[in-house]
Design a binder for this molecule. Structure first.
Ligand code: TRP
Length: 345
């Protein structure tokens, strides 16, 4: 007997997506789609409000932008196994969240390094920490578990994510184990993270984080000219004043970080690296090659986006959301039963 395998992952609609999202996360989404597993791709609009409650219009606009970005990279909601889900519209998800809070422990949030870092950031910006933010981890557990199969050999719930999300998956699994034990049930199954090799991509200015708001991002929707301009002014190695200067290492040089992430032929990049270290090649020719590689990658995405602009995105989201709701309602029933709340009145 083969078991039930499902994939769930999500993204916060706080703006259009950039090439860092593509290499860091969306490539993993695409391989899940290609493996023909049932995939639930969540647009986490409620979670977006944990940091963007005062920018709700931006979030609303970003739902469409992110959906277009997803389709442009090859996510295909017309496929039977692919569901694009709008978080706020899955009503059973909120009820699952409510029930999970009875099992989740304060320390799941308090000790969570990602939450700690984000909380410190909020403090620095002199912003209050809302309960919604504090409950982020349990809410994300509800996102994941709303498509949980029962705990049974052969059943799997995969969650492809970046490394920063791993603490949330560990917390989710602590909650699952606790819930199943407290209520003596197999209603929920633990999730399995699928963490990509590529971490966060640096910005074109060398900042640790690529982000549209920092102005150091190459967006998936950028034109060829915009890409060329961003790469032309890209930060490289401040120690290397002339093309003939030699350098020890290119490890922290964004030019090479990008070539490693985006050049189709890594053998050729090895050669560029040797030449660059030996002072035989300058920034400008390498930048031209990198810009061409990125544009080659983006070109089919631009074509796909142009088609998708005319497609019924709302229908895709509604179909995906309904599919998730169906599973979430089943999970909620199992949880109610396990918690002795399954009675009729
Ligand atoms: N927190 C994730 C992020 O910021 C987005 C997300 C929301 C998510 N719900 C999820 C990821 C469920 C994986 C599973 O990128």
């Amino acid at each position: 007997m083969t078991g039930i395998e499902r994939v769930l992952t999500g993204i916060r609609p706080t703006g259009p997506l950039h090439i860092g999202h593509y290499v860091g996360a969306l490539k993993l989404w695409l391989s899940a789609q290609q493996a023909n597993l049932p995939c639930y791709f969540l647009i986490a609009d409620i979670q977006a409000l944990t940091t963007h409650a005062d920018r709700f219009e931006l979030v609303q606009g970003a739902v469409r932008k992110v959906t277009l970005d997803l389709i442009s990279v090859g996510i295909d909601p017309r496929k039977d196994n692919v569901h694009t889900v709008l978080q706020s519209k899955v009503t059973s998800r909120a009820a699952i969240f409510d029930l999970l809070t009875m099992e989740a422990k304060l320390k799941d949030t308090e000790n969570n390094p990602t939450i700690k870092a984000e909380m410190a950031q909020l403090k620095q910006e002199k912003r209050e920490v809302t309960m919604g933010f504090f409950n982020y981890v349990v809410s994300q557990a509800a996102d994941i578990l709303m498509v949980s199969p029962v705990k049974q050999r052969g059943n799997h719930l995969y969650v492809p994510v970046g490394a920063d999300q791993v603490p949330h998956l560990e917390a989710t699994n602590r909650i699952v184990r606790g819930f199943n034990k407290t209520y003596n049930t197999n209603a929920l199954t633990q999730c399995e993270g699928r963490v990509g090799e590529v971490g966060r991509l640096v910005g074109t200015d060398g900042d640790k984080k690529m982000s549209k708001s920092l102005g150091n991002a190459i967006m998936l929707s950028d034109t060829k000219e915009a890409v060329n301009a961003s790469i032309r002014k890209m930060y490289t190695d401040p120690q290397r004043v002339r093309a003939t200067d030699t350098v020890e290492s290119v490890e922290n040089n964004p030019l090479f970080i990008y070539m490693r992430a985006f050049s189709p032929d890594q053998e050729v990049v090895n050669q560029y690296e040797e030449d660059y270290k030996a002072g035989k090649i300058g920034d400008a020719p390498l930048k031209a090659i990198l810009a061409a590689d990125i544009n080659n990658m983006l070109e089919p995405m631009r074509e796909r986006r142009a088609e998708a602009e005319r497609e019924p995105l709302g229908d895709y989201l509604r179909e995906g959301t309904e599919a998730a709701e169906k599973l979430a309602a089943e999970v909620l029933d199992r949880m109610h039963d396990a918690m002795h709340l399954g009675y009729q009145v």
